[in-house]
Write a protein that binds this ligand. Structure first.
Ligand code: ADP
Ligand code: MG
Length: 505
């Protein structure tokens, strides 16, 4: 892997990512440190539950409360999850890693130190392929992934004069995933975190729930003139939404450019993002930086992974989004864009495949993949998005959508009526075929019935007929009238053909 400043693992990107300043163009350089809470029933070094919510301090063992004499015991499931994540990031798995103490006082971390990994992390260098909004792709280098303990939570709004501490989260396992400074814009950073979230969710190693703080990122930002060496970076702590990540980068880059263009220099510091104001402000500078006095935790032996464990985990990985996308393009002849949208959530991809193949399993033919993709992306996902629903809670099942597509394929209903049927199923449920029959929505395929409507409408509008003879495009008006007269049930192609025949164009 190459991470030199000139390296650019991008394909097909067109849009300029440079920011225009008073002295010319600037390039933003971004590297991320992402904290992902490991999906596991128990904490990293104790048997206490990791369940979200619950009464404060209900999930706290003596280890988490740092009672004297307590010894940490590594949770094997957290180790497996970290290794699986490393495999999903195409990264080197370190057969031997070491847990260190990172010493600092934090009111919601009673040990007085955090058990983390420093020089010998469990996962080394890897790479993530990111799809960009402009259709291009880029590779983002992963520097490392290490396991560490999360801290608890201080509550400042529960009491007039005191802060209270909830240790439920204290000791939960986090994976810290560190990227190389490979990102060059807010959009790239947003696309990267989105892709990382997708991979974690496919693997089932982190639920990616940013609102609950299960996935959050520290963002390192610097600016430079294109081709110049890297500038001094500032780190923006603890962003827990993709939108905030974008806003923080935009603001921070412009702040740094303004300082440098004014003749100033950037001091390396830690900053916080204020979502209300949309700006970053200083939290602590280099002088105030912590000296963590890392040293290997004497309570824990180095972690050694047997080769059989790696082989076993590797052979049981699910199909990951990149592979699934390639397979969808090959197997269903979908565009890269459609395939990319469908695989972004594993449940959406599965829904799509059930729609396409459900007919085949039910003894029918495989359904048209392009049509199925359009319906899943535009009608289903679009509506879920508007209503803030997850696909698991979709009111229209894959079987119901499949039945609607069958009705279209049989020419029983037009695309327009199909959307009506979809809306009915969405709000009332039911079998699409029965709905079409009961409400008389079946398309008119009886040509003589359609022709009757055509003749009536032509007879009532002689001037418009003359128009259409001169300008065949004017036929659109007649199509609309006939469709209306048929209650949207006439086959549009038949209407068109009959109109042309009768008008003589
Ligand atoms: P430290 O040793 O202080 O932890 P690292 O070199 O490990 O610093 O980098 C921490 C994070 O900062 C990484 O995500 C890395 O990509 C990013 N980073 C490093 N240098 C720069 C820079 N000049 N501009 C932006 N990000 C940077
Ligand atoms: Mg580092």
């Amino acid at each position: 892997m190459n991470s030199s400043p000139s390296h650019d693992g991008r394909t097909g990107a067109k849009k300029s990512k440079l920011i225009e300043g008073a002295t010319g163009d600037w390039e933003v350089v971004i590297g991320m440190e992402v904290h992902a809470q490991v999906t596991a029933k128990a904490k990293l070094f104790s048997g206490a539950a990791t369940a979200f919510g619950g009464e404060p301090n209900a999930h706290v063992s003596f280890v988490d409360a740092a009672m004297p004499g307590m010894l940490p015991v590594i949770n094997a499931e957290c180790v497996r999850q970290a290794v699986r994540t490393g495999l999903g990031l195409n990264a080197k798995i370190n057969r031997k890693s070491v847990f260190d103490r990172k010493n600092y006082f934090y009111p919601d971390l009673p040990q007085g130190y955090q058990i983390s990994q420093y020089q010998s992390p469990i996962v080394g260098e890897g790479e993530v392929l990111v799809d960009l909004a402009d259709g291009g792709t880029m590779q983002v280098g992963i520097e490392r992934l290490h396991l560490e303990q999360d801290a608890g939570k201080s509550l400042h709004d529960q009491h007039a004069t005191m802060s209270l501490v909830d240790l439920n989260r204290s000791g939960a396992a986090l994976m810290e995933i560190v990227t190389r400074p490979d990102l060059r814009s807010a959009d790239e950073a947003k696309a990267f975190i989105g892709k990382l979230r997708t991979i974690l969710r496919y693997l089932g190693t982190c639920d990616g729930d940013m609102e609950k703080g299960h996935l959050r990122a520290d963002i390192n930002v610097s600016v430079r003139k294109p081709g110049a060496p890297y500038g001094t970076r500032c780190e923006i702590k603890n962003l827990n939404s993709i939108r905030f990540i974008g806003q923080a980068i935009e603001h921070e880059a412009r702040r740094q450019i303004a300082i440098i263009e004014d003749g100033g220099t950037i001091e390396q510091e830690t900053r916080l993002f204020d979502p209300e104001k949309g700006e970053t402000r200083s939290m602590r500078n280099k002088e105030e930086a912590h000296d963590y006095r890392y040293f290997p935790d004497p309570d824990l032996l180095p972690l050694e992974l047997p080769p059989s464990l790696l082989a076993d985990l590797a052979s049981h990985l699910p199909e990951l989004p990149d592979e699934k996308k390639v397979r969808f393009m090959r197997e269903y002849a979908l565009s890269g864009y459609d395939a990319g949208v469908l695989v972004a959530e594993r449940e959406t991809a599965e829904f799509f495949e059930t729609v396409v193949n459900g007919g085949a399993q039910g003894g029918g033919a495989r359904r048209d993949p392009k049509l199925a993709a359009n319906w899943v992306i535009n009608e289903l996902a679009g509506r879920l998005n508007r209503e803030g629903k997850e696909i698991a809670a979709a009111p229209v099942s894959a079987a119901q959508l499949g039945a609607i597509l069958d009705l279209i394929a049989e020419s029983a209903i037009s695309g327009k009526i199909a959307k009506e049927v979809f809306d009915i199923v969405w709000s009332e449920g039911g079998d699409p075929r029965a709905i079409v029959a009961a409400r008389g929505l079946k398309q008119m395929t009886d040509l003589s019935a359609i022709e009757k409507l055509v003749v009536e409408i032509l007879a009532g509008n002689p001037d418009k007929v003359a128009d259409a003879k001169r300008n065949p495009k004017a036929i659109g008006w007649f199509v609309g009238q006939v469709m209306k007269a048929s209650g949207g049930k006439a086959n549009p192609q038949a209407v068109n053909d009959l109109l042309r025949k009768r008008i003589g164009i």
